[in-house]
Design a protein around this ligand. Structure first.
Ligand SMILES: Cc1cc2nc3c(=O)[nH]c(=O)nc-3n(C[C@H](O)[C@H](O)[C@H](O)COP(=O)(O)OP(=O)(O)OC[C@H]3O[C@@H](n4cnc5c(N)ncnc54)[C@H](O)[C@@H]3O)c2cc1C
Length: 410
């Protein structure tokens, strides 16, 4: 890690681990992220504001505002020893008020394409172009992460009813998936607010059924372990994978929308969320989730553990290695952390050696887009840091130790 990046990480970790600094920063970011700000508070138009945010929060957590900046960031992380890079285009829906939860269709309900006029939708077209541009900045072995709400109101309206998006969006998704298949790039579909998640999950299932053939996942769906209903959704998707013979791309996260989503849908405590996360991760590694792997065969699963939680990740890695060493059935597993967060955890994983003598597959995940487009993403990172006081303190200690070591050795 270059010195400049180390010092910036130390600066951000100092803010993140101190409530008196973090809360005002979070409030400021939330204020700036509201749409239609006047010139003074418009991060894309006010050059002074833009400069300050760029040199601090933006560069810490985001890959770049232009293709050139983003390409340089992707190369930089490859040079640091990561297996590859996960890149997403930041454009997403910014909500003025917390999203209302979808009433949600019952599992198994047949879904139909949204009833919207099949005219050419500019938002979907912009999203398609932005996504294909993102694809041009990564290469073989990398991963493209998709935030589907960025495709605008016709798509989000469909998602709120649990339906598939309009045909123009499905065509765009299939075009992107085919392009990725040809270039050796895999795809993550991000989980978003609960208002849209039922439709997003339905759409991803539709894509996985088509593209996750030949025993490998081209596409991963994201499962938010903090939701009480996730085990039921996962059982439904495992059932679909078993019945239709495709590989389930199982990306597990804890969940990033605790501020805006209805609290009643989310586990009551952090401990319950941790237990739920570990149960899914370890269940997949043991080939045993609910009935699957007991009274029913376990379908093909490709696991991606997206987290900064050292215990969850190192625990999963050790279990995986134990099973491989004992010749027991297990799944393929990939690990990912966000750009600018928990580098100590990423590098700890990279230093592990498996039964084959190789380091595990670890990816860094970042987002690109204009400052304005990235603000919603930056707010979520600040909220996460606010809620992960212990983790950010550990990070701060690790960063201070490294700065001290470099000063001493020079
Ligand atoms: C590569 C990558 C991709 C990601 N993609 C997505 C995505 O598509 N969608 C998405 O929603 N998130 C995504 N996230 C963010 C993720 O959901 C978490 O918010 C973030 O990683 C923090 O959780 P953690 O596993 O790192 O661990 P920790 O820091 O140990 O856990 C923090 C998390 O625990 C949960 N939590 C905290 N307090 C409570 C409480 N009182 N009750 C219940 N639960 C609580 C919250 O989910 C919180 O974010 C992604 C993260 C990574 C690393």
């Amino acid at each position: 890690m270059p010195n400049g990046m180390l010092l910036r990480s130390l600066f951000i970790a100092t803010i993140s681990s101190n409530r008196f600094l973090l809360i005002p920063s979070l409030n400021l970011l939330t204020f700036l992220a509201k749409p239609n700000r006047s010139f003074l508070f418009n991060v894309d138009r006010n050059p002074v504001l833009h400069y300050i945010l760029k040199k601090t929060f933006y560069n810490q957590f985001c890959a770049g505002e232009t293709l050139r900046e983003t390409g340089a960031c992707v190369k930089h992380f490859r040079d640091l020893g990561f297996k590859g890079f996960i890149l997403t285009y930041a454009k997403e829906l910014v909500m003025e008020t917390p999203a209302k939860a979808s009433t949600g269709l019952k599992p198994g309900v047949e879904v139909k394409e949204a009833k919207v006029a099949n005219t050419h939708d500019k938002y979907i077209e912009d999203w398609r172009v932005g996504t294909l541009q993102t694809l041009d900045q990564i290469g073989n072995g990398d991963i493209l992460a998709l935030k589907t709400t960025g495709a605008g109101p016709t798509v989000t309206t469909a998602f709120t009813t649990g339906a598939l998006p309009p045909k123009q969006m499905l065509d765009a998704l299939e075009e992107v998936a085919t392009e990725c298949q040809n270039r050796g790039i895999r795809i993550i579909v991000d989980a978003e607010s609960q208002a849209f998640q039922h439709g997003i999950g339905t759409t991803t299932l539709h894509l996985m059924r088509k593209f996750n053939r030949n025993g490998k996942a081209l596409i991963w769906n994201t499962y938010q372990a903090y939701l009480k209903r996730t085990p039921a959704v996962l059982a439904e998707h495992l059932d679909a994978a078993a019945k239709h013979g495709f590989t389930l791309g199982l990306k597990v996260v804890r969940g990033a929308y605790i501020l805006s989503d209805p609290r009643s849908l989310i586990h009551d405590s952090k401990e319950d969320t941790d237990a739920a996360y570990n149960a899914i991760a370890q269940g997949a590694l043991r080939h045993h989730i609910g009935d699957f792997g007991a009274s029913r065969p376990f379908p093909d699963v490709d696991l991606l553990l997206a987290s900064h939680n050292r215990d969850s990740l190192l625990g999963a890695h050790r279990l995986h290695q134990q099973r491989l060493a004992a010749g027991l059935p297990t799944v393929q597993v990939t690990y990912a952390q966000l750009h600018g967060m928990s580098d100590d955890v990423s590098f700890s994983l990279l230093q592990e050696r498996g039964v084959d003598g190789e380091a595990p597959d670890v990816y860094k995940c970042s987002t690109w887009g204009s400052m304005g487009e990235c603000l919603g993403y930056l707010v979520r990172r600040a909220v996460e840091n606010r809620d992960a006081v212990l983790r950010t303190r550990d990070e701060l200690v690790a960063l201070r130790r490294e700065v001290g070591r470099r000063l001493f050795s020079s």
